[in-house]
Design a protein. Sequence first.
Length: 575
Amino acid sequence: MVKLTIDNCEVMVPEHTTILDAAKSAGIQIPTLCYLRDLNEIGGCRVCVVEVEGCDQLVAACNNYVLDGMVVHTNSPKAREARRTNVQLLLSQHDSRCTSCVRSGNCNLQTIANDLGIFYLPYEQHLAREGWDFDFPIIRDNDKCIKCMRCIKVCESVQGLGIWDLTNRATHTAVGTRGRAPIGKTDCVACGQCITHCPTGALRERDDTETVFDAIADPDKIVLVQIAPAVRSAWGEELGISREEATVERLACALRRVGFEYVFDTDFSADLTIMEEGSELLERLGKAAKGEGDSRGWPMFTSCCPGWVRFVKARYPEFVDRLSTSKSPQQMFGAIAKTYYAKVLGVEPERLFVVSVMPCTAKKAECALPSMMGEDGAPDVDVALTVREMVRMIRASHVSVDTLVEEPLDTPLGFGTGAGVIFGATGGVMEAAVRSAYYLVTGKNPDADFFTDVRGLEGWKEAVADIDGTKVRVAVAHGLGNAARLLDAIRDGRVRYDFVEVMACPGGCVGGGGQPIHDGCELAAERGQVLWSLDAKADIRFSHENPDVQACYREFLGAPLSPLAEELLHTDHHA
Ligand code: HC0
Ligand code: SF4
């Protein structure tokens, strides 16, 4: 152990502890801006500088370690003055029009500048005023970038993509796409992890809220909204509603007050996905067992995460045929809404305007894919909003959240089982699929918790699911860096699996790039627990037992993989 003094407090911490963590253990919060634990510990922003007795120079607290007998002052006049100057220099290249910034009120730079009493700038301001492709789901505004490198690090180290890089040199240093390519021409999968790791408003999603408000105001449109599984784990965070209170039923109430006519659940179509994808897997396994040829190759990959699908297309094109042809639950919902549900309502499909609320930015790109259009060329899903956009709509609609009550979702597309709910956490799609595969093979249900081996936050998990004697080798990865390691191992023949789930974001959609932002805090584990406990409490925990899914097959689709199901619910990833 090391004994030192911080701001007149005696502190004992293990060796190799940073000054930042040692101070934290004594209840002293040194401000940071660029720091991200284990990911970005470069001390670049110089906001965490502290004075150490005996040192001529101030030191960054985030990447300097404690020494026995050290005496540290975190807020001495010298440290405070340097911190203020460093922030003022950052602001001299920063577009500080906070009132028109999406991160106003949730911005570390704004908080720190205020806390330091920076109410004027002694330096002349220089802004870059660069252009951007504002149709892309991820928007970059370099006049709000503080060059902290967090986006570069998360894209490179966690996602293994390396879309962002430093451009130019010296005082012209900036962050942009590697090689300055237009963002749409890069391999960016639009996962949005750069947004949730950005400390300022330099990165944000394309805002589609006005398009939705316009549709709501259009008397000819019937506006439906679907709520993704992981949304229910996080929507209350920015509105100050506790996890216990922030139920999907209370969210339904909020969305109706915003003006949505019908509120449905993507969990419904997650159950539908299990029927289609599970049947596809079993059909392929059956053919393989009979020795019938299958040119697509093994394993079969899930296809519900558009970030992952885009990653395969861009970086591992030789594996595209291994993706399940099943559309994602978001897209299955849209396709069913504009056909089956239009019939239920007795209206022309073009009157329906389908919105989805997703924890995801990549879903904006997915719903715009040419392969995700209906027969008439109209999109199955008209607009995909992030949770953050939805929260802005709730606020802009003057909904006071303390008056929200629990209201049931609409029928028949508003009911999902416990298996549908867990889609939003890593391992959930696999677990839901194995539960129903057991039934589809044996005709009887296993215990709903018979296969829990792929839960948890390990980056690459593998297991063998025993389906009444048939062994199915499965793997689950989350975070594209982990996915790349897994794909390399498959390609090199080091591992062999039958079925693999990949979600692009760490933790799965609960950690998605469209979720509320809490600077420097990873909440995927906590949010995932919300979903696992909703499943544990659910009355129905098997996708094949969803009565609304059963009715949809009985009244409309016929059976899984029927010609109509193939037409509406499956896609060609080469299209
Ligand atoms: Fe997900 Fe999904 S689980 S990708 O993360 O499969 O966004 O929550 O909606 O579509 O259901 C996101 C979340 C979904 C889809 C579902 C899948
Ligand atoms: Fe979107 Fe979920 Fe995939 Fe992340 S893991 S890109 S949130 S679908």
